[in-house]
Design a protein around this ligand. Structure first.
Ligand code: SAH
Length: 222
């Protein structure tokens, strides 16, 4: 009975979060539905913060990293323009929350994390939750040539510039969403690769992400 009551309470909190995101301008009903479904509190290890899990705030998740703010997750996901069944590469698995949102939208998710303890903890968590995703330990700066091409690529850390390999690994018509450093914080960029190989870039406001670390970890090419 207690468990049911708790579930009900958490569901209510998620509904309120969805309403808050709608108010802030998130309009895609499928994105809102996914946020309403995924249990964000499970991705925040410290249960003392359970109440805060459904507020629109970022959070520390260990290894000096953060779980992105729900608004940021919703905004980036909306910008991707996902269609069920698409193959998506995420750079910066972190807690796995964004990974779970992408999976809830029916994407075939590939995700790379460069912090080994986070990669291991998140792999266990997503398996336990029954979220299907292909997780890799390594440097996402180079993407994953072995699994390319991707319909969509999503970077969830602040990149120094648009990583060329991630553009190259897009299908024609594919979309890359990446926050690019601009002094204080990042500007959200949406990069589209046309069928003739040309690239278009649009900008979508300022955000604040943990930095993308560009170095080779985890051995060979992914
Ligand atoms: N999507 C995550 C956000 C985590 S914060 C979530 O929903 O929780 C960004 C993550 O990017 C951090 O975990 C950080 O370790 C990771 N990261 C930073 N540079 C990276 C790189 N070059 N390759 C892969 N992951 C990277």
């Amino acid at each position: 009975m207690k468990v049911v009551a708790e579930e009900y309470r958490l569901k209510g909190m998620r509904r309120q979060l969805v309403q808050a995101l709608e108010k802030r301008g998130i309009g895609d009903p499928q994105v809102l539905e996914a946020i309403g479904k995924v249990q964000r509190h499970v991705f925040i290890e410290d249960t003392a913060f359970l109440e805060k899990a459904y507020e629109d705030i970022a959070f520390p998740i260990g290894s000096g990293q953060t779980i992105s703010q729900p608004y940021t997750v919703a905004f980036q996901t909306e910008l991707l323009g996902l269609v069920r069944g698409m193959k998506v590469l995420e750079i910066g698995t972190g807690s796995g929350y964004q990974t779970a949102v992408l999976a809830a939208l029916g994407a075939k998710v590939y995700s790379i994390e460069r912090h080994r303890p986070l990669y291991l903890a998140t792999k266990r968590r997503l398996e336990k939750l029954g979220v299907r995703a292909n997780l890799f330990y390594g440097d996402g700066y180079l993407g994953s040539a072995a699994h390319a091409p991707f319909d969509r690529v999503l970077v969830t850390c602040g990149a120094p510039f648009v990583p060329p390999a991630l553009v190259e690994q897009l299908v024609p018509g594919g979309v890359l969403v990446v926050p690019v450093d601009e002094g204080d914080g990042q500007v959200m960029c949406r990069v589209t690769r046309s069928s003739d190989g040309s690239v278009q870039r649009t900008e979508h406001g300022r955000f604040r992400f943990v930095p993308m670390l560009v170095d080779r970890v985890g051995g060979g090419a992914l």
